[in-house]
Design a protein around this ligand. Structure first.
Ligand code: SAH
Ligand code: SF4
Length: 352
């Protein structure tokens, strides 16, 4: 099989073998890349049309008890500026977001014991009380089954927990003393509880091989997450991985397009990390099958302190201005902003 045949198989059958995926990554040239992107775009058009879903990102806390080697919020980073939002601050962000037409709020943060179940349930139910029709996505790392369940029962709809890498060796190199199995167990629990669950991985991690990326493809194909966050690794100056190169935009785009073909209905963000290393990164992501963007809704004064990696695209324009700008930009690419909740079409939401 050649690369074009593998792409056509992916397009028609939404599947490929381990060997085929590896062959594709190892041998892809410009011409096949164009075909891959074209097929990913057609697949997205079939299931979602030209809609791009918007999620308002609220960066809840920069405290973290974990020590992921790549991340600027890791607990050993003494230079990190730490903050926590109050419930009232979160509600202000949410009100601002709703006015801008953002019907999903993503509460993301480090693993911070301050945001225990009681506090999270209070925040989630307060948001749902004011905005019963909006969706809440959480991205707060690994927690117990009971904790995930309590937050779900309080009204959370979705949970983003990237698996980061599906290769045990690589995972354990960048998460010292953390359990590869536990992360996967969390993803299983989230699905079982009923969350629309998001997995995902970084591209271009130090020493990552194409075999590792193929493991990521096979893992997400099997898990069938409702969402999949894929972004380039970007070094942060206050982490042990500071001297490594960032992942390439090109490779990230290739991975996005392959995942669009493997999981035709997945919600696939064109990530902030992608726009942070290339001004056109987000646009390229959208053209290659990406159908979600996540504008920042956090209070302006904390944005710089939620520093996962260097040169993060901190948007410091007025949010309403940014909203207009993004709408025009998306339109100019031939797409349209969609301001409904934007659930995964396969997800059976219980009638209430
Ligand atoms: N603490 C939670 C959520 C916040 S981190 C968690 O870890 O799940 C959100 C995501 O940012 C992580 O899943 C990781 O994939 C990404 N990230 C962190 N540091 C990064 C870096 N240096 N480069 C690229 N992505 C990074
Ligand atoms: Fe904490 Fe998440 Fe960063 Fe890991 S990636 S250090 S869990 S914020």
């Amino acid at each position: 099989m050649n690369t074009k045949e593998i792409i056509e198989k992916l397009y028609k059958e939404n599947n490929a073998t381990k060997e085929e995926l590896l062959y594709l990554l190892n041998n892809i040239d410009d011409e096949s890349k164009d075909l891959l992107i074209k097929r990913a775009h057609e697949t997205r058009m079939k299931h979602y049309g030209n809609k791009v879903y918007v999620r308002g990102l609220i960066e809840l806390t920069s405290y973290c008890k974990k020590d992921c080697m790549y991340c600027g919020l890791r607990k050993s980073n003494k230079n990190a500026k730490r903050y926590r939002l109050t419930k009232e601050q979160v509600l202000e962000c949410v009100r601002k977001g709703d006015k801008l037409g953002y019907k999903t709020f993503v509460l993301q943060g480090g693993e911070d014991a301050y945001f225990n179940d009681e506090r999270m349930v209070d925040i989630i139910s307060s948001i749902k009380k004011e905005f019963p029709n909006n969706a809440i996505t959480l991205s707060l790392g690994e927690r117990s089954y009971e904790s995930y369940k309590k937050m779900f029962d309080a009204g959370a709809d979705r949970y983003l927990l990237r698996h980061e890498s599906a290769s045990k060796d690589l995972y354990e190199k960048i998460h010292i003393k953390e359990s590869f199995e536990k992360r996967r167990e969390c993803l299983k629990n989230l699905k079982e509880i009923g969350y629309q669950t998001g997995a995902g991985f970084m591209v271009g991690l130090p020493n990552q091989t194409n075999e590792d990326l193929v493991n990521d493809f096979l893992f997400v194909k099997e898990l069938e997450p409702a969402m999949c966050g894929i972004g380039p690794f970007i070094p942060h100056k206050d982490t042990p991985l500071r001297d490594y190169a960032h992942g390439s935009v090109e490779k990230t785009i290739t991975c996005l397009a392959i995942v669009r073909l493997l999981l035709p209905k997945v919600l696939l963000p064109a990530t902030t990390a992608l726009s942070s290393i290339d001004k056109t990164g987000r646009d390229q992501g959208i053209k290659a099958g990406g159908n979600v963007i996540m504008p920042n809704l956090s209070p302006m004064d904390v944005r710089k302190n939620y520093s996962l990696y260097d040169n993060k695209a901190y948007i410091l324009d007025e949010d309403a201005e940014y909203r207009k700008m993004i709408e025009e930009k998306i339109k100019s690419l031939g797409f349209e902003i969609e301001t409904t909740r934007g659930d995964n079409p396969d997800f059976r939401k219980e009638e209430c």
